[in-house]
Ligand binder design. Structure first.
Ligand code: BTN
Length: 321
């Protein structure tokens, strides 16, 4: 009931009378009042006027499923959502749930992670104020066909950040999102598959949203949307936008970017045209990033003109990190 009242108050930001709420939701005026009180106790600021009713003036900075997903028209990402206060890692929770049959499209989000994981065995700073979530997908495809999935997810997050904040967010291949030369989002994709069939894939996304600072080791490499804009971000609104973009980008082209999105991706890719260095199995390749293939490989041309198609590994980009 609380969620229904919240969503009625969300619509339009106008006053809604107690009588209207009670009639539309089929509950007593007392029940309406009790739920308004419960919402206020959770930190929602709701003004009341005897003549006009209730109006939502402010929402607390906590993730709310109704505000994120209510009325969303999605088919592949965010068809259901579970929000946890704390978890070890949303990726690990998603994998546990996947093993127990959880459906494709489910998003698991958490306010905090006690063991947030990054790529290459690193940890991911998961203090309050960020968006930490994992999308579970069960594409009926062989593993090779989803090579572009992390690229697509990074592109979707980049589009959402640009639309919400107006900041010049860019992608650092394959899927970090950066602002200036600092990282604002990282993505960790994990998969369970047979050779010819995917069982499930989990796409874990961490976005630095309302952090005002970062711990020592990442202080000079990380940034947040709050740091960049100087304003607190409504995480529920941003999350909703990210899900809409993910659904659109991942849903329509079976996990490889369409030709149009591929051009869009390249335009927003800070790695393109830059000098890069790749360390892989003890071998170093240095050169210019000249292209990205349709399956998401980075094409590096070394100083002798030899081209390498790279599909994984840690690429450092001159001037970024
Ligand atoms: C990276 O850039 O190294 C990837 C970072 C991925 C972090 C996200 S936060 C949500 C999800 N759960 C995790 O444990 N990791 C990912």
């Amino acid at each position: 009931m609380k969620d229904k009242i919240l969503s009625a108050l969300e619509n339009g930001g106008e006053y809604v009378s107690g009588e209207e709420l009670s009639k539309n939701l089929g509950v007593s005026r007392t029940a309406v009042w009790k739920n308004i009180k419960a919402l206020r106790d959770e930190g929602y600021i709701i003004s009341s006027s005897t003549k006009r009713g209730y109006r939502l003036e402010g929402v607390p900075d906590i993730l709310n499923k109704q505000l994120i997903c209510g009325g969303l028209d999605v088919s592949s990402a965010g068809t259901d959502m579970l929000i946890l206060k704390t978890v070890d890692s949303t990726n690990d929770e998603a994998k546990r749930m996947a093993a127990n049959g959880a459906p494709s499209g489910l998003i698991i989000a958490a306010e905090n992670q006690t063991g947030g994981k990054g790529r290459l065995g690193r940890s991911w700073c998961s203090d309050s104020g960020g968006l930490y979530f994992t999308l579970l997908l069960r594409p009926e495809l062989p593993p090779a066909d989803i090579a572009g999935i992390t690229l697509s997810a990074g592109y979707a997050v980049c589009l959402a950040i640009r639309e919400y904040t107006g900041l010049d967010a860019l992608i650092k291949w394959p899927n970090d999102v950066i602002i200036g030369n600092r990282k604002v989002c990282g993505i960790l994709t994990e998969m369970a598959a047979q050779s010819d069939r995917i069982d499930y894939v989990v796409i874990g996304i961490g976005i630095n949203v309302n952090h005002s600072e970062f711990p020592g080791e990442i202080k000079n490499k990380a940034t947040s949307l709050f740091i960049e804009t100087g304003e607190r971000i409504d995480r529920n609104k941003l999350f909703r936008l990210v899900i809409e973009k993910l659904d659109k980008v991942l849903g329509s082209f079976l996990f490889s970017l369409s030709a149009e999105d591929m051009e869009g991706f390249k335009d927003l890719c800070a790695t393109m045209g830059r000098r890069v260095t790749l360390e892989r199995s003890g071998v170093t390749i240095s050169g210019e990033a000249v292209d990205i293939t349709s399956s998401g490989e980075l094409v590096i041309k070394d100083d002798n003109g030899k081209e390498y198609n790279i599909n994984s590994g840690e690429v450092s980009v001159q001037g970024i990190y």
